[in-house]
Design a protein around this ligand. Structure first.
Ligand code: PA5
Length: 457
């Protein structure tokens, strides 16, 4: 470690295994991608990098923080996928108190599933008069979110007949979708999801920043960190050389070259335990963006040291098809000193502190992975603060987009998952969808009783 690097964020490519990867042709495409970025940004199609909405949003957040959000003790976030995962990662990383004993203060409850019992438990236990319901849906039509919204709205109306609307904040498309219509019909408080800002690229917008502000997180640090990495990509002066020097491009070259070399699984090993949910956030970002046309690599979220005793054996000695993004911090909390009266087999812990375990284990795991031939990129953060999280989120978002472009696919759509959504609606009896209904009938009746293979166990 060089002098002063304690406070720097480092991408350590030492063990990236470039010698085994066909990267040269991909690197040569920096000019093409720089031109494409410039064109897309000029056309307003990449607001997640250019953040043209941010100045207005920052004003809005400051006002919300000191006013509207203040009296609420609970935020019930209704949203799924990209509308929920960023908020959860930020909460777990920077407001972990809700998972610790003796929590007092604000609580964020993220409802990103449709388990009837869980929704009921929340409605039974939350005090409506102290609860703000934050409904997040870019499309405004997502059945999981809107289904919950109908029930939660009724719950608010029943408890607070004169004030229910004051307990709702909707974040949705500026112009279209059911939620936008609903907001218009009832005059509800709303925030816009800007045009072309897709769910999984929207964490650093009102989608993730309103919950962050509610919890009292350093949302300004997140924004500054994010912009410090994203803004150079949105700069009109971007050219091949500047893009080639940007870490997101190098990451994208690595990501695509790994796929081309048969590394079809990408572990994200977080050795900052409270950041484990960023691995889930990234898994959705990478998988939904890049799983297209038979291509992609499967993201595998993991957290140290826990997963050393779980899936790490497979990482180390299973199929040789894995690469790893390894995220750690330069230094963590020191923790308590070990007591002097430990049994002699633990002598090596004498004089040490509990906080020394995790970095030692991180080093052991990182080295073990490298020695097993897993191509590994280490992201080492000087500080695990909001600014660093913002930087990391911009890096991974931009890298995902650029990897998709190198693959020749569209990294901002998700056509394959639409089929399941249409089938579920057909199953529930939605109008139209004749083809889906016929396909469902064929699937559920598959071959009649004689053709089925169902066994009791
Ligand atoms: O990343 C995405 O685009 C998706 O995961 C969406 O966020 C998810 O499907 C929810 O969509 P919406 O925000 O429209 O309700």
């Amino acid at each position: 470690m060089t002098a002063g690097s304690q406070q720097q964020d480092i991408l350590d490519w030492t063990n990236a295994s470039w010698d085994r990867l066909p990267a040269a042709g991909l690197r040569a495409r920096a000019g093409e991608l720089a031109a494409r970025l410039a064109g897309e940004i000029a056309a307003g199609r990449l607001p997640f990098l250019a953040t043209p909405f941010m100045a207005a949003l920052e004003q809005e957040l400051a006002a919300l923080e000191s006013g509207f959000l203040k009296p609420f003790e609970h935020m019930l976030l209704l949203g799924i996928g990209g509308s929920a995962l960023g908020a959860r990662a930020l909460q777990k990383a920077f407001a972990p108190g809700q998972d610790l004993p003796g929590h007092r203060g604000k609580s964020l409850w993220i409802m990103d599933n449709v388990d009837a019992a869980v929704l009921q438990a929340h409605l039974d236990r939350l005090p409506p008069e102290k609860t703000l319901v934050y409904v997040v849906s870019k499309s405004g039509d997502t059945i999981e979110t809107i289904g919950q919204y109908f029930l939660v709205k009724d719950w608010l109306k029943a408890a607070l007949p004169g004030a229910w609307k004051d307990h709702l904040l909707l974040n949705t498309d500026e112009h279209k979708g059911y939620l936008r219509e609903e907001a218009g019909a009832f005059g509800m408080r709303t925030l816009p999801v800007p045009d072309n800002l897709g769910g999984r690229y929207s964490a650093i917008s009102a989608v993730g920043l309103v919950p962050a502000a509610f919890l009292g997180l350093d949302w300004r640090g997140l924004v500054r960190g994010f912009q410090s990495v994203a803004a150079p990509l949105a700069d009109p002066g971007l050219d091949a050389a500047k893009l080639a020097a940007h870490p997101s491009f190098e990451f994208a070259v690595w990501g695509k070259a790994l796929m081309d070399a048969g590394f079809c699984e990408l572990i994200t090993f977080f050795y900052i335990p409270q950041w484990a949910s960023f691995a889930d956030w990234f898994a959705q970002l990478w998988a939904e963006s890049l799983g297209k046309g038979g291509q992609g690599s499967q993201p595998i979220p993991a957290v140290g040291a826990t997963d050393q005793h779980s899936v790490n054996q497979m990482f180390l000695d299973g199929p040789r098809n894995k690469a790893c993004l390894f995220v750690e911090r330069a230094a963590g909390p020191e923790g308590l000193p070990f007591p002097a009266d430990m049994p002699s087999i633990f002598d090596y812990l004498q004089g040490k502190r509990f906080g020394e375990l995790l970095p030692a284990e991180a080093l052991g795991t990182r080295m073990g992975l490298c020695q097993s031939g897993v191509p590994l990129l280490a992201l080492r953060l000087g500080r695990d603060d909001a600014r660093a999280a913002g930087k990391m989120m911009a890096l991974l978002g931009a890298a995902t987009l650029l990897t998709g472009w190198l693959m020749g696919i569209n990294p901002v759509d998700q056509p394959a998952v639409e089929l399941g959504k249409r089938l579920a609606k057909a199953r529930l009896g939605a109008g139209g969808l004749a083809e889906e209904k016929a396909a469902l009938a064929a699937f559920t009746g598959q071959g009649g009783a004689a053709g089925r293979d169902e066994r009791r166990f």
